[in-house]
Design a protein around this ligand. Structure first.
Ligand SMILES: NC(=O)c1ccc[n+]([C@@H]2O[C@H](COP(=O)([O-])OP(=O)(O)OC[C@H]3O[C@@H](n4cnc5c(N)ncnc54)[C@H](O)[C@@H]3O)[C@@H](O)[C@H]2O)c1
Length: 394
């Protein structure tokens, strides 16, 4: 993670987070450990909890505690009760800055409105679903401190959501099933940044890809990118693999179960485990059993078997290792620089959702290009003047 390394060198010297306590609710993976170490190098006290019960890498938690003295309250497969207990535990530290991935920590903090809300200067949010929830909170006048939408930085969603989730979601499906993707029909529900990435990777592996959407522009884009576009109901009859990536609820639901092709694999890459209506699937099924750890087999009426991966939780983090470090390098660079920005400026900001300052976004792109050994051209003075001159034409 060369960009994080470059930022760490600067943070070690300047300590922009000296005296700041950070409570971070993130997927606890090796990449997150690197971010925690960087924040610590910058002078922060860091306390971690998980943003999903199935994404925690236990060896990372152990190393954070024993090797680096960073408290991480999480274990793989934790109960809902322990998940929220861990959030409450990091909030007891009276954080100055909170980092969230899905907004569970920030919404919990606001619902409980205990003493720690007073200590919080601001927060950051990593993912599309969290940003949506926080914007809802701001619209309802509930949000009590400024939050930076890290997800919306170009150097985050263009690469993390698209290439990171695109690759790691297919990796999760492959690791879980060992299926050959070539020749399969893959339905991708949602053609946002994540859906675009998954559709492209599935096509690259030789699948025939169908996209379902609710937004006319996104559906058109998918069609012109060369994918078939269909409703879930129509595509369900032919899809061998269905992957949801909408951030929405009940995208694959009861009315679709009777239509599913025999042997279909159901997986989700969206933030919460609500995109496939698993409760309804359990009700409809005559029998269910766990196979190979992360695969659950459901027998539906007429003895049709369908297979659900990782209980409908994000497949890339539950059945594989999540995004590769190359993309988290940029996502977490946005987090690290946004935390320092908040530590410095939050007192002057209203309680709203803010974009990552564009200069941070550009700086990260520049550092990443440098780390990749790539160079860009520079505008000549003639070109700069031309771009500002409206009088010039044919
Ligand atoms: N698994 C991961 O590691 C990972 C990484 C990044 C984002 N995410 C999550 O993935 C989800 C999608 O993120 P994104 O950045 O692509 O969001 P996005 O807003 O760019 O795209 C979501 C798309 O889904 C469409 N959609 C909504 N409801 C639908 C429905 N019922 N049927 C079909 N399409 C529907 C929307 O029109 C939109 O085009 C979010 O929950 C996000 O938090 C997961």
């Amino acid at each position: 993670m060369p960009v994080l390394g470059l930022i760490r060198d600067v943070y070690k010297e300047r300590e922009p987070l000296r005296g700041v306590t950070v409570a971070a609710c993130l997927h606890i993976t090796t990449e997150t450990a690197n971010l925690a170490l960087l924040l610590k190098a910058g002078g922060a006290r860091v306390h971690l909890c998980a943003s999903n019960p199935l994404s925690t890498q236990d060896d990372v938690v152990a190393a954070l505690w024993s090797e680096y003295g960073i408290p991480a309250y999480a274990y793989h497969g934790e109960s809902d009760e322990d998940y929220y207990r861990a959030i409450d535990r990091v909030l007891q530290e009276k954080p100055g800055v909170v980092m969230d991935d899905g907004a569970d920590l920030i919404s919990r903090l606001h619902k409980k409105a205990g003493t720690s809300l007073g200590s919080v200067l601001g927060g950051t949010e990593e993912t599309s679903t969290g940003v949506l929830r926080l914007r809802n909170m701001a619209e309802h006048g509930v949000l009590r401190f400024p939050v930076i939408a890290v997800n919306d930085a170009y150097t985050k969603h263009l690469f993390d959501n698209r290439y990171g989730t695109g690759q790691s979601a297919m990796d999760g499906v492959i690791r879980a099933t060992n299926l050959l993707i070539a020749g399969k029909v893959v339905l991708v529900a949602g053609y946002g940044w994540v859906g675009r990435g998954i559709a492209a990777r599935a096509r690259g592996l030789g699948a025939r890809v169908i996209v379902s959407e609710v937004h006319p522009v996104r559906a058109l884009e998918a069609a012109m990118d060369g994918f078939e576009v269909a409703t879930v109901a129509n595509a369900a009859r032919v899809a061998d693999i269905i992957i949801t990536a909408t951030g929405n609820t009940s995208v694959v639901r009861k009315e679709h179960f009777a239509l599913l092709k025999k042997g279909v694999i159901l997986a989700n890459a969206g933030h919460f485990d609500v995109e496939i209506d698993v409760a309804a699937l359990r009700k409809v099924a005559t029998r269910a059993r766990v196979l190979r750890g992360v695969i659950e087999e459901f027998v539906l009426p007429r003895r049709k078997k369908v297979y659900l991966l990782t209980g409908g939780r994000l497949v890339n983090l539950s059945a594989a290792e999540g995004h590769p470090p190359d993309v988290m390098d940029m996502s977490f660079a946005n987090q690290a620089l946004s935390v320092a920005h908040l530590a410095k400026n939050a007192r002057r900001l209203d309680p709203r959702v803010y974009p990552v300052p564009p200069e941070i976004d550009l700086h990260i792109a520049t550092l990443k290009l440098r780390a990749m050994g790539l160079k860009t051209d520079e505008l000549t003075s003639e070109q700069e003047a031309y771009l500002k001159e409206w009088r010039l034409g044919t």
